[in-house]
Design a protein. Sequence first.
Length: 320
Amino acid sequence: MAKISLIAPNQEIAEYAVQAKELYHWDFDICIELMESAVEKALSLKDKGTKIIISRGGTALCLKKKSRIPVVEIKMTLGDAALALQKAQKYGNRFLFVGFSNHLQEFDSLGPLMGLDIAQVIIQNHHEAQDVIVKAKEDGVHAIIGGAVQCEAARKLHMPAVFLHSGIQAIHNAYHEAKAMLDVLSNEERKTEELKTLLDNTGEGFVAIDKENKITLVNQSALRMLNCKNESVIGQTLATALPLIANLSDSLKEENSAKDEIVVAGKKMFLYNKISLYDRGEIIGAMATLKDAQKLSEEERKIRLNQYSSGLYARYYFQD
């Protein structure tokens, strides 16, 4: 499974994507889905390893709102608009462009330049398309221009429709944007994994919370020390997930740094430090560190024994 997937709204866009993939030897998957069904597909692709989705129009907006996966939009160009208008003229000279908020804006400004009567309506969701097209038909509009959702609605109402397509160049631009985004995500994931590995191997426990008192970071040592068997605590409130250090939230109200407090979990005792986290003078969270008191004592004892065996101990005193 490729890390970039293109969800096309119809067969035409999918075919352009296939051409671009073969022409440039790109590595991305292609499927055809529309609106809510595209969201289900995107979530399935995410589970299989997809990191970035490429789509367009209302489907792209729907994916951004509901899928929680980074989405790169295929932008529509004036060239795409001119081609659609050329095709539409076989139906007459009065057209309505029905688009979502991310479609080409000021489409109607092409009217005076081409000697055509063009109006434009922006819809917020696909349910509005039918009412807009019914009114356009009543007003004597000759043809609808828009995306897959709008064209399908027009056909059901027996209204001529022209699909505003996106060519290979638009897909080329979207893919390069997606590739750049993927590089950034991969770099961030690498840094996150490095930090996680570092924190998990220090022997100390680390817990961080945000302003809403929700856990944003916790390492395995902290979970083990606090007897927490649920590893999926990110996003949970501190008092619910890790009640033994619930007073870390005190550091969200004002600067409240404390060192070497004692936390008892079962038969073990830990040294607990907490500190407020700042950004530009404002508290944005807090962090706790936990140290196993018994291990700390054993390490100190080993150091003293090592110093003694190496002759690194006091031979003379002030009274001498």
